[in-house]
Ligand binder design. Structure first.
Ligand SMILES: [Fe+2]
Length: 387
C-alpha cells in the first residue's frame, strides 16, 4: 500500500508454541479448547513417518476421542475437503487437529469452513468471503515452508478446471500452532528443498510487497537470514536439530510476514503452473523467482538491497546493478545446491501453454501486491525466460 498520510496496520497471528516436544501438548490443548472428539487431518506420508500417531496418542492421553483422516493429496483437492467435512459431521467431531505440511493444513482449514457453513468451498474464494468461523483448530506443521499453520491463506486444487483456488481470510488462522522442529527430521532432501525455498520466497515477496509494514518487515528480514544460512546445512545433515530449528523458525517468521503483507507475482505464477500440472509448489516458486526479481528490481531497489544483506551478501561499495547481479547469482546458487535448478520446461511446461498460464496468474489475488504491476505480456515473458 502506498504511504500517504497516517496508515492503519493490523497483524493477525495464532497462539504459537515453538520448540521440540510441543507436539506432545496437542491433547492437552484440544481439551483446553473444549474439544471432546477430534478430527485429526494428515496425509499418508506424514502418517507413515509416525507423527499422526503421536498426535492421536496425545489426544487419547487427554481423554478425548479421535478419528484420523488422511485422504489428502500433495496439492489438496476440493473434493477431499468436502469428504473430510462429511467425516467430521458423521463422527460428531467438535475440534480439528491438522498434522502435516501445507497440504494437510489447508485441507483441514477447508474442512473447518465447510463444517461451520456446509455447501461449496468455492463460495468462500477470494479475500474475506468466509461465512462462519471454523471450529476450534490446532495445527502441527511438519514442514518448514508453507506456514499454513499461522497464515490467513488456504490453497485448494479445483481439479475440474485444473486451477488452484485461494481463500484469504483471518477466519482461516487457526487457534493454536504447535511448532515442533523434531518433525522436520523425517523430510527427505527434495521436500526440504521445495518447502525451504517456498519459505524463502514468502519472506522475499512479503518484504517487497505493497502491503508490507514495519510489523511484517522485521519478520521477513529475519526469515531471510535464517533460511539462507540454514537451508543447505539442513539438507546435508537432516538429523541435525539445530539446523532444523532454524529452518522452522525461519519458516514461521516468513509466514507471519506474508500472512499479513501478502505475496507477489512469484506466487501468482506458481499457483497457475502448479494448478495446471499438479506440481510441487516450492519447486514452481524456485524456478520463477529470479525472473520476477529481475522484473521488479527497479521498482524496489532498496528493498532488494536489504534482502541481499539479510541473505549474507557483502554489498558495500556495489552499484545497484551489481547488487542485482549478486542477488540473482545467490538465488541461483541456493536453488542449484538444493537440487532445484533447471527450468519450467523440465517440469513439462510448454511455450504453447504460456498465454493461458499468464491469464490465470493475472487473476490470482497475490499479483495485486507485487511491487510492479505486470501486464499479460510481462508475465508471458517471465514464463518464457523461465522455461
Ligand atoms: Fe508458498
Amino acid at each position: 500500500m502506498p504511504s500517504h498520510g497516517p496508515e492503519l496496520r493490523k497483524f493477525v497471528a495464532p497462539e504459537v508454541i515453538f520448540g521440540v516436544g510441543s507436539l506432545q501438548l496437542a491433547g492437552q490443548y484440544a481439551r483446553k479448547l473444549g474439544g471432546s472428539k477430534a478430527l485429526v487431518v494428515s496425509d499418508p506420508g506424514v502418517a507413515a513417518a509416525g507423527w499422526a500417531q503421536q498426535v492421536l496418542d496425545s489426544v487419547e492421553g487427554a481423554d478425548l476421542a479421535s478419528i484420523l483422516y488422511t485422504q489428502v493429496s500433495p496439492n489438496p483437492r476440493i473434493d477431499e475437503a468436502t469428504a473430510g467435512a462429511g467425516v467430521y459431521a458423521e463422527e460428531g467431531c467438535d475440534i480439528i487437529l491438522a498434522v502435516g505440511g501445507g497440504s494437510a493444513i489447508d485441507c483441514a482449514k477447508c474442512i473447518g469452513l465447510l463444517s461451520a457453513y456446509p455447501g461449496d468451498i468455492r463460495d468462500f474464494l477470494g479475500v474475506d468471503n468466509v461465512r462462519a468461523p471454523m471450529p476450534p483448530t490446532i495445527c502441527i506443521p511438519t514442514t518448514a515452508g508453507t506456514s499454513a499453520d499461522v497464515s490467513q491463506f488456504a490453497v485448494m486444487m479445483d481439479s475440474e478446471v485444473k486451477r488452484k483456488r485461494l481463500i484469504i481470510s483471518k477466519a482461516v488462522v487457526p487457534d493454536l500452532s504447535l511448532i515442533d522442529p523434531a518433525t522436520l527430521t523425517t523430510m527427505d532432501a527434495f521436500l526440504t528443498a521445495c518447502t525451504g525455498l517456498d519459505a524463502l520466497v514468502h519472506a522475499l515477496e512479503a518484504y517487497v510487497s505493497l502491503g508490507h509494514s514495519p510489523l511484517t518487515d522485521v519478520h521477513a528480514l529475519e526469515a531471510m537470514r535464517l533460511i539462507s544460512s540454514s537451508l543447505l546445512p539442513s539438507i546435508a545433515e537432516p538429523n541435525n536439530l539445530a539446523y532444523r530449528e532454524k529452518m522452522m523458525l525461519g519458516s514461521l517468521e516468513a509466514g507471519l510476514a506474508f500472512s499479513n503483507a501478502s505475496l507477489g507475482a512469484v506466487h501468482a505464477m506458481a499457483h497457475s503452473v502448479g494448478g495446471l500440472l499438479d506440481l510441487p509448489h516450492g519447486q514452481c516458486n524456485a524456478l520463477l523467482l529470479n525472473g520476477v526479481v529481475d522484473f521488479n528490481y527497479g521498482h524496489a531497489e532498496q528493498r532488494y538491497r536489504d534482502a541481499a544483506v539479510a541473505m549474507g551478501l557483502e554489498v558495500g561499495g556495489l552499484s545497484p546493478g551489481d547488487i542485482r547481479k549478486a542477488l540473482a547469482a545467490e538465488i541461483r546458487r541456493l536453488q542449484e545446491a538444493a537440487g532445484l535448478g533447471g527450468g519450467l520446461s523440465q517440469l513439462g511446461i510448454h511455450r504453447t501453454e504460456v498465454h493461458e498460464l499468464a491469464e490465470i496468474a493475472l487473476s490470482d489475488p497475490c499479483v495485486v501486491t507485487n511491487p510492479r504491476q505486470p501486464g499479460q505480456r510481462d508475465i508471458e515473458v517471465i514464463y518464457e525466460e523461465s522455461l
